[in-house]
Design a protein around this ligand. Structure first.
Ligand code: COA
Length: 133
């Protein structure tokens, strides 16, 4: 199975202090969309994304997601499916801004120390202008 990754470019790398005269950089985020590994679901891709906690709220997630979604459409994906815990407002807002719509709630899907949390199933469908003739 092949994942469509948002390639990190220079803007997504944090500059680290110079050590021993060598300036280093490190990746601070990633995103990928993995097609579901069965022929009848292969037009669907599962979305994953993460930005290092120190670098959130700077537009990196949005930029990564834009690039990864565009790559997924080019690859032939027609439906992108993230799931997100209800309390994860930042991720939910990001997905909503990009046009993802809620499709259902997985109730009490996580249980941590006796506390349940619902998980939201969302999806983005490929628009006609991304479809090949
Ligand atoms: C979700 C995540 C990838 C977003 O990345 P990010 O780089 O912080 O996001 P951005 O800075 O691009 O912000 C995108 C949008 O998120 C929303 N947002 C940003 N900070 C927010 C905050 N503190 N609270 C609520 N929403 C917020 C805004 O709508 C923002 O768009 P805007 O700035 O144009 O209004 C990042 O927070 C993360 O890695 N979280 C932990 C892992 C995770 O939850 N992954 C998703 C699992 S479903």
């Amino acid at each position: 199975m092949r994942a469509i990754s948002g390639l990190l470019d220079r803007d997504d790398r944090a500059r680290l202090p110079v050590r021993g005269g060598v300036r280093c950089t490190r990746a601070v985020g990633w995103s990928d969309i993995t097609p579901v590994p069965r022929p009848v679901f292969a037009h669907c891709g599962t979305l994953g994304i993460g930005v290092h906690a120190d670098y959130r709220g700077r537009g990196i997630g949005r930029k990564r997601l834009d690039a990864t979604i565009a790559a997924a459409w080019r690859f032939g994906v027609e439906r992108i499916e993230p799931t997100v815990f209800m309390s994860n407002l930042r991720a939910r807002r990001l997905y909503e801004k990009l046009g993802f719509l809620p499709e259902g709630v997985l109730r009490r899907q996580r249980k941590v120390n006796g506390v349940y949390e619902d998980r939201l199933f969302m999806a983005l469908l490929r628009e006609r202008d991304h479809m090949e003739e």
